[in-house]
Design a protein around this ligand. Structure first.
Ligand SMILES: [Cu+2]
Length: 414
């Protein structure tokens, strides 16, 4: 009876080990990446993405597409988030469904982290090569050290074809052309299997012996020494010597085969070139701002002064990538994602052209289900309920001007 119990214990132990190991290799695909669960203030008061363009809706495997646009690094960056002194321009996708073939800020290649200045606006471009077929949500993204990934707007892109056709050829500095997708993959599989079997063999050797309860009984009885035989010591030593010997020998042979290696390059690029925007000629003062919970609408009272020489109208309010437009002033034809575009979401009490030198106080309402769907309204439950966003004014000749707003937001529940 005792023997059977012992065997059952051992079997369960081995089964558990195999299960845990198998679980490490299993990674289910996630269909969304939680962009809506990122704190609203993070999306509204850090990086403002705008003028975004996804060059394609459908891409065959191996073809490329670009995500381009601009981002404004908000001057009123929250105190609780580290400044974007070490930032990395990235793309938010569910795993390596695309590979990032290149990324640029202000025309400069940025394979490394960069330092960004608060209050500046930058142009960016990310070149992607399609790898895994499917429908994927492709976001712009900025990884900020101490701030986490700051996700921008996402658009669905379909990759067609078969992943088995995907290739990723590169030429190394020594002139060899290799396909990174499959290069030395056999080696990777071999060594994973080898060390897995090696480890299991070591565990199996010890698992043959009485385990857990019999061992603790022996230890408690002062017979711990009797648990390890001279053969056990030899086997343990042999495993240790073999592990070190194999690593040393294969390291020597690898170094012989690949005499020239360089480490992965890291470091920080400074002096990113921002866009030189002319000083805005429109000044905006936020008198008050409230969020009406039942109406899913934000109301702002703004005092606008036109210091320019052409009359202006308010065309758009953009916050966290959600765009509220006054259709009479601005119509979007760039194929911006529907769920982030409120084509008639902006209502202005008096949006007649504001002549140069004039000042006017207007009521602006930005209403759309996106406030709730994108959980931006959660802002009102923050200890520091501030909102921020970009206002776009259009003058007579169609020139656009961007003005940032940043003010407390008071909720209204009726
Ligand atoms: Cu997404």
């Amino acid at each position: 009876m005792k023997i059977i119990k012992d065997k059952v214990t051992k079997l369960s132990f081995v089964a558990l080990l195999i299960t845990v190991t198998a679980a490490m290799f299993y990674a289910p695909t996630a269909s969304a990446h939680g962009e809506k669960s990122q704190a609203a203030f993070m999306r509204m008061r850090t990086i403002h993405w705008y003028d975004l363009n996804w060059s394609k809706d459908t891409v065959p495997v191996n073809d490329t597409m670009t995500v381009t646009g601009k981002f404004h690094v908000f001057a009123g960056w929250p105190e609780t988030v580290d400044k974007p002194e070490i930032s990395f321009l990235n793309i938010g996708i569910p795993g390596p469904v695309f590979i990032r073939a290149g990324s640029w800020i202000g025309g400069q290649l940025v394979p490394r982290s960069v330092s960004l200045e608060l209050g500046e606006t930058y142009e960016f471009k990310v070149l992607l090569k399609a790898r895994r077929p499917g429908d994927w949500h492709v976001h712009s993204m900025m990884n900020v050290k101490g701030g986490g990934p700051i996700i921008g707007p996402g658009k669905w892109v379909t990759i067609t074809g078969s992943m088995s056709n995907f290739t990723n050829p590169i030429t190394t500095l020594t002139g060899q052309t290799i396909d990174l997708e499959t290069w030395n993959l056999g080696n990777t599989y071999f060594w994973h299997t080898f060390w897995y079997v090696f480890g299991i063999a070591y565990v199996a050797y010890w698992a043959r012996k009485p385990m857990f309860i019999p061992r603790i009984i022996a230890v408690d009885a002062g017979k711990a020494d009797s648990l390890i035989t001279p053969l056990d010591k030899k086997v343990g030593l042999a495993f240790g010597v073999a592990a070190i010997g194999i690593v040393a020998a294969t390291m020597v042979s690898t170094n012989e085969q690949y005499p020239v290696t360089t480490p992965l390059q890291a470091g920080l690029l400074r002096g990113m070139k921002p866009i030189e925007l002319p000083a805005p000629t429109v000044s905006v003062k936020v008198e008050d701002a409230t969020y009406r919970v039942p109406g899913r609408a934000m109301q702002m009272t703004l005092t606008i002064t036109n210091n320019g020489d052409s009359s202006i109208r308010l065309g758009e309010f953009n916050t966290a990538g959600v765009r509220f437009l006054d259709a009479a002033v601005h119509v979007d034809e760039t194929g911006y994602p529907d769920d982030l575009l409120a084509e008639e979401g902006l209502t202005v009490s008096d949006n007649s052209p504001l002549a140069p030198g004039q000042t006017r106080t207007i009521n602006v309402t930005a209403s759309d289900a996106a406030w709730e769907v994108y959980r931006l309204a959660d802002l009102i439950y923050d200890p520091d309920s501030r909102f921020a966003g970009l206002l776009f004014f259009t003058d007579e000749s169609g020139n656009r001007q961007m003005v940032t707003v940043d003010a407390p937001l008071i909720p209204s529940f009726s």
